[in-house]
Design a binder for this molecule. Sequence first.
Ligand SMILES: Cc1cc2nc3c(=O)[nH]c(=O)nc-3n(C[C@H](O)[C@H](O)[C@H](O)COP(=O)(O)OP(=O)(O)OC[C@H]3O[C@@H](n4cnc5c(N)ncnc54)[C@H](O)[C@@H]3O)c2cc1C
Length: 511
Amino acid sequence: MALMTSEEYLQSLGKMKPTVYVDGERVGNFVDHPLIRPAINITAKMYAMAQDPDYEGVLNTTSHLTGRKISRFNHIYQSTEDLQRALSMLRVTNQAVGACNMRCLTKELINPLYDTTFEIDRECGTDYHRRFKDYLIFLQDDDRMASAGVTDAKGDRRLRPSKQFDPDLYLRMVDKNEKGIIVRGAKMHQTGALTAHYLNVVPTTILDEDEKDYAVAFATPSDAPGLIHVFGRHALDERRYTGADLGNIKYDMHETMIIFNDLFVPWERVFMCGEYRFTGPLVENFIANHRYSYGGCRPGTFDVLIGAAKLIAEYNGIDRASHVREKLTEMSFLNETMWACAVAAAVQGVKKPSGWYQPDKLLANVTKLHVTSIPHELGKLAIDLAGGIVATLPSEKNLNNPEIGPLVRKYLRTKAELPVEDRMRIIRLIEFLVQGVTIPADYFGGGGPATQKMIIERETNFEYKKRLAKIIAGITEEDSENKAGKMMIDGVVAGCCDAYGRESCPLTQRS
Ligand SMILES: Cc1cc2nc3c(=O)[nH]c(=O)nc-3n(C[C@H](O)[C@H](O)[C@H](O)COP(=O)(O)OP(=O)(O)OC[C@H]3O[C@@H](n4cnc5c(N)ncnc54)[C@H](O)[C@@H]3O)c2cc1C
């Protein structure tokens, strides 16, 4: 099947019958629900962009498995160039919607699963990689979207999955038979769960031998019997019910809590079942892949915020003031810092034995750590430029009231030639971007800062840096192992990690 048009995508969702609850009520027509539709609009836009010749080679590519044209969201990275192209795709798609592009959730789990199923089979003689490739070809050829089920309910954070007062607080297999497995648990904050046709599921953490039942990975249709979606609310989303005072008229993210109420999964869609020793590599693959991505998509969203900040400065007549130009420059500098880290993580990507390219782990975590703080600074700067009105703007409904409409219009105008509606729309857009879900999502999506710091500490070879310091301080003599300068030059010429392998990366000397 060729890549779907946005109309075909909407029709494909219309045929699905997921169990969905919003505000305590069961929802029938989820596609047209005012709180769910904005996320579906985003995904439809992704399908439309993939058909646009301007994005040829950006949103689509060639499958390494079939040689057929596929969505890049459904692609397994085959080179560092692929890693960089994925970032370009994320930036332009987020720019187009001023929010999360939703569809990237597919690539976030298929890439780590591709590699980990290969590794499990290599060591255990299982059949997961063949199954996974069959499933992947199905996703690619039918141009389907799959969301990413990673985060468990987790209960008491100090306790291991098997030590929780309720064993279902981490998703687990409760039974199996010759046809498949039965799983119980919940996955939280599931982005794009109702815009996706499928859901890929992996463990949220590294597991021990006594936690084999929790070591399950699989794929399931998003509307499978046994799955229940409970819709998550966002600040400001109440406005979707009336259609008034929207900062982003058409688009918004969504997440659901997905309950796995004894879901049956056939063996053909099971990609890990008890191989707990591979939960470590799987989580690591996911982390590297997901965290580098944030440096592609978030700069796209914040390109929109920077544009809005520049516009409001112009609308308010302050754009030539030196402190305003400095703040806008600062916004651009911060945004490109996230992007630069992600590009570096892509360039230093490493080929794994499966053929998959993994983004550089250290730089992926540096990228995501920036994404936990830079958006807050960007939000602060945008608020600074917009003024207090970003917190108190009256409803646009006032404009239509014959008594107060002309007065509200009069006092909200800043320039004779500027329609008041334009100024109000930009203020609402800034409000949406800084007070909606975007910035909290950037903080915890892909893991909070503590988890990035843990990996940055682990991936930094402090022993090597100590040796450098001792040589410079004259405590020890330079030896052949310490010729970092020469190794760096060789590395850059030869393509760094590709030439040396991650273990002896000359640029950072990882342990
Ligand atoms: C908008 C949004 C979209 C998301 N989309 C997805 C998605 O599509 N798929 C998905 O699977 N997940 C998704 N997530 C989930 C995201 O990955 C998690 O929110 C993140 O990993 C943090 O987990 P948590 O929310 O359970 O917070 P917690 O882990 O509870 O963290 C809260 C605080 O507790 C601390 N803490 C946690 N454990 C311990 C401990 N053992 N000891 C001491 N301190 C501890 C943390 O450091 C942090 O300060 C999304 C999240 C958001 C906000």
